[in-house]
Design a protein around this ligand. Structure first.
Ligand code: MLT
Length: 311
């Protein structure tokens, strides 16, 4: 199953386990996605693909770990849209997000604005009126500057101009714990994490960030229905290797990722969580390279105008 040993000098890849770095906390959306992928990837590659959470600083600590790893295909990054936004948000990022070897796009994921169960508002307009009265007393959680939830929180604050106080976590899984305990008012999270909590009423959902309602959450309005038509964002995940990883290894991982995303069990699991595998033509190194570069260019002016930066 490994690469053919064409030159006779290099052993075929992979010869040993492959580590996939998850830059956010266990139990959250990136972690859930990684753990849906590792088993089929392991089957395809013939060596264990092992997920490891390396958290902090909005996912940039995990990304930095992968950027500095030996470019041999044994250390990979499961990144999200933050790879495209962090470059506009950090003055001193210890890596170049455009420098990763792109393996392929994985999934698009809608986001949902959710709140603690006791929050009195029933609809998005009521929620905004409630928040407007309280301003900075309202706390809005996210997973660190450069995370997907930070992007959505930034758009929410800049579009509504409500100066809510942001509270930072190492992923959105710990946000859920605090939200269910009533200590966090609001967050904007990926449906892949929030869905089960919304479905059984452990958190309140106000709006999805997609143009249409989601089949998996038919009772939750869109942002546009609730009066915020400009708050549309679908985040995405991709798989990356350190700069300089041999092209043949990158291509081999891309083929394994494509096969994994064709797997029916994986497709069903993603659909249940309000997502879907990307079409196969987007799951290639070249297609994802072009998309990542376009996303970096797209978000930079928007984030610079919204203005919340890290050092
Ligand atoms: C997570 O896995 O916790 C999230 O992807 C964090 C985020 O990007 O909002």
């Amino acid at each position: 199953l490994g690469l053919p040993d064409l030159a006779g000098a290099q052993p075929a890849w992979p010869q040993r386990p492959v580590t996939m770095i998850i830059p956010f906390a266990a139990g959250g959306p990136t972690d859930v996605l990684a753990r849906a992928l590792t088993e089929p990837l392991t089957r395809d590659l013939g060596q264990p693909v092992v997920a490891e959470n390396v958290t902090g600083a909005g996912g940039t600590i995990g990304a930095a770990r992968v950027a500095a790893a030996r470019p041999d295909g044994y250390t990979l990054l499961l990144g999200n849209i933050g790879l495209a936004t962090s470059v506009a948000l950090y003055r001193r990022l210890p890596y170049d997000p455009a420098g990763f070897e792109t393996i392929g796009l994985i999934t698009p994921v809608p986001m949902t604005l959710i709140a603690r169960p006791g929050l009195p508002a029933q609809t998005l307009p009521e929620l905004l009126a409630w928040a407007r009265q309280r301003g900075s007393e309202v706390n809005l959680a996210h997973a660190g500057i450069g995370s997907a939830s930070h992007l959505c929180a930034t758009l929410l604050r800049s579009i509504t101009r409500i100066p809510m106080t942001t509270v930072v976590f190492r992923g959105t899984a710990p946000v859920m714990t605090e939200m269910m305990a009533g200590r966090i008012d609001l967050t904007c999270d990926q449906t892949t994490n929030a869905m089960p909590y919304i479905q059984d009423g452990r958190v309140k959902a106000y709006a999805v960030t997609t143009a249409e309602r989601l089949a998996a959450l038919p009772d939750v309005a869109t942002m546009a229905e609730g009066g915020l038509p400009d708050l549309q964002v679908t985040i995405w995940h991709g798989l990356y290797a350190p700069h300089g990883t041999p092209a043949a290894v990158v291509e081999r991982i891309a083929r394994a990722l494509q096969a994994t995303l064709r797997d029916e069990t994986v497709g069903r699991r993603l659909a249940d969580l309000g997502s879907a595998p990307e079409p196969q033509e987007r799951v290639t190194p070249a297609a994802h390279r072009a998309m990542l570069d376009a996303e970096i260019a797209r978000w930079r002016p928007i984030l610079q105008a919204a203005g919340e930066f890290a050092d």
